[in-house]
Write a protein of this length. Sequence first.
Length: 225
Amino acid sequence: MLFLCGLIQNDRDMKKLLVIMLCVLSIANKASAKGAGYFYFKLTDIEVTNRNKGTFSNEQTRHGIEFSNYSDESIDAEFVINPTHVSLVLKNKTDYTVKIFWDEAVFVDLGNVSTPVIHEGTKFIKKDETQLPSIIIKGSILDDLIIPKNKITYLTGKNGGWRIGRIFSYRERTEGKIIKFHIPIEINEEKVEYTFTFASNYEIVKKVRLRNTGYRLIRYYEIRR
């Protein structure tokens, strides 16, 4: 568990918090990473309503980061599963305005527990309040991040503050287990529900070098097999 004293006041504070968290995670896992391995998630299945299912792929960069991509007639989506959140880049390919209904979005964790989510721009202190939909006009892109609500807690006291639990741990052998992300989208006044399923994988490597990119909030690896 990681914490930040005080309240999250704006988007910049949220990004700073996640940057700090990833830096700490990197330091904590350096010792165990050398000569061991690392976990990553691959997109393995998609369910979609009121649309034909599109195509998906997984791409691992030379730094070892796993990007999962999905594409159909309406959207392009790119996911990265991080220890504390999900990074999402979504493009509206239609000629209509697209809306994402965050109050109906759901994350299912490794223990098969379903929980609502918040996204970037939502203050932690207001995580249980109604969230306005994200609006994506035709041809534009949404760059966002998603955090399960049940991973966000606040502790009082001298060392209190916001704590964000991990979606998964790099130290636990969880290969083969799955997580899911359900996201309802309105396209041309029709609701389309997407459910993305990701499976965990574990790879043995000789050396893993960890670094944080800052803005993108993505954990990178330099893999030397």
